[in-house]
Design a protein. Structure first.
Lengths: 313, 158
């Protein structure tokens, strides 16, 4: 930098031209390296370390405010909240009892099919940082990074369903790609029928589409979509969203299905990062005798239902 | 002879840092899309007013900072910002004698070029952002240019 200053003759542009060509080539080189050869993970991580204090500085007033608000809540509010949480805990305990039994049953069934459950038991909890990344893309920054064991491609859930996946990892922070980003796609299964398809993001927060369903597919408003576990990014059986609108135009061959995400993409603060275990390449399981499914549609019916208790409405 | 006044580095770095902070402060959805590219404007200002203080290195590093903070392909904003800042530097002696509205018009041109290069790289790397609101950037940037000039001028002229 110092060298540039002393060498630059004022008002002459030959140096300027030379340097702009140099920097342009450098930038183009970076783009090609990053995009084509995926070689810049380390550099990106190093740069993210430099950016971390700044991000922390921006996020901390918001955290401070949340902390302050929390510490000045009145006794009554706390008491009411405590009572509510206790009631909720009881309810969840009750559900958990059933869950244990279901899990055991599920493990047994899976044992029969010689495949393993998709999720490790210890997810990592992360907070969304109050930092805006990009106005045009549905991304958020979280406060866990490579140092905490986050890796690119891990699935992220919130309390209500699938949130997205880890897109790039810094040392102490990571970028998440939310489900509704226009470049996001997730393999799903309609819980009621077992029909598998792919839900893609729309670029509109909290909205997905099912663009690959034929007009003859059995999908109605209110259907719950769960992850199908294909593609081995998202673990199997977690709620993705509910169908809010089905437009069937008989002239066209594909249905137009709108989905609202189960995860609260706009308001969730705490997220779970799940480490999906790679599945052992199991031999294709023999199909069980047909259960009266719609075998004529291009998407084959799933061979089994997910373990989570399905919420029909 | 030397028409580029020497400016100490401190205000340059400081203003760039403040601009970068403003670029990532969380804003509600609609306002977020209207957020001016502060760092880009700051880089243009220093390119025009004092190219020796930051120069293309500042433009390149600032672009890289935007790339990292947005998590896009490395070099995208660096390329767009370097090219347009070089253009601004090339024209700086003319831009400096422009009236403020005329300057804002020039900035509009620079920002539109900047945005177009980004649009092009976005498409070439496979993440096209076709949202119309991205083209608001040049208008907003040109609109707040007088404010940027007024603020930054205080930093080095007293």
């Amino acid at each position: 930098m110092v060298a540039f200053r002393s060498h630059e003759p004022a008002g002459r542009s030959s140096g300027l031209l030379l340097r702009s060509v140099l920097y342009t080539l450098l930038a183009l080189g970076l783009i090609v390296l990053d995009k084509r050869y995926d070689q810049l993970g380390k550099i990106r991580r190093a740069l993210s370390v430099v950016a971390y204090p700044l991000e922390l500085g921006v996020a901390s007033p918001f955290r401070g405010w949340a902390w302050l608000r929390q510490s000045v809540t009145t006794r009554d509010t706390l008491r009411a909240e405590n009572a509510r949480l206790r009631a909720k805990l009881l309810d969840e305990r009750y559900r958990l009892q059933r869950y244990a039994a279901l899990e055991a049953e599920n493990a047994e069934l899976r044992g029969l099919r010689t495949s393993t459950a998709g999720v490790e038991t210890r997810p990592l909890v992360a907070d969304i940082m109050d930092v805006d990344i990009d106005a045009f893309r549905e991304r958020v920054l979280i406060d866990k990074g490579a140092a905490d064991g986050v890796r690119v491609g891990q699935a992220v859930l919130d309390a209500h369903g699938v949130f997205g996946q880890v897109e790039s990892v810094g040392e102490r922070t990571s970028d998440l790609l939310m489900l509704s980003d226009a470049t996001s796609a997730i393999p799903v299964m309609i819980n009621r029928t077992g029909l598998r398809t792919i839900a893609v993001g729309t670029g509109d927060l909290g909205r997905l589409k099912l663009p690959y369903l034929p007009t003859t597919a059995d999908v109605v408003k209110g259907d719950l979509l769960v992850t199908s576990g294909l593609g081995s990014v998202y673990p199997e059986g977690y709620p993705v969203g509910t169908v809010v609108d089905v437009k069937i135009d008989t002239v066209r061959s594909l249905a137009d299905v709108d989905v609202r995400t189960a995860a609260k993409l706009d308001s969730s603060r705490e997220l779970l990062i799940v480490r999906s275990k790679p599945r052992p390449p199991a031999p294709p399981a023999p199909t069980p005798p047909a259960t009266g499914a719609n075998g004529s549609t291009p998407a084959t019916p799933a061979k089994h239902r997910p373990a989570t208790p399905a919420k029909h409405r | 002879m030397n028409r580029d006044r020497p400016v100490p580095r401190m205000p340059v770095l400081l203003s760039a840092l403040v601009a970068l902070t403003l670029a990532i402060v969380p804003l509600p959805g609609v306002v977020d899309r209207l957020r001016p590219d502060f760092l880009v404007l700051v880089v243009y200002y220093w390119s025009i007013e004092a190219p020796s203080a930051g120069g293309l290195t500042l433009a390149f590093v600032a672009g890289l900072a935007i790339d990292v903070s947005r998590g896009v392909v490395l070099g995208e904003h660096a390329l767009a910002l370097t090219l347009t800042a070089a253009w601004a530097m090339h024209l700086r002696l003319r831009i400096r004698v422009f009236s403020i509205p005329k300057q804002a018009l020039t900035i509009f041109g620079l920002l539109a070029t900047y945005q177009f290069i980004l649009f092009w790289i976005d498409g070439a790397t496979g993440y096209p952002v076709t949202d119309w609101s991205r083209w608001l950037g040049p208008f907003i940037g040109a609109a707040i240019w007088p404010l940027v000039v007024a603020t930054l001028r205080r930093l080095h002229e007293r």
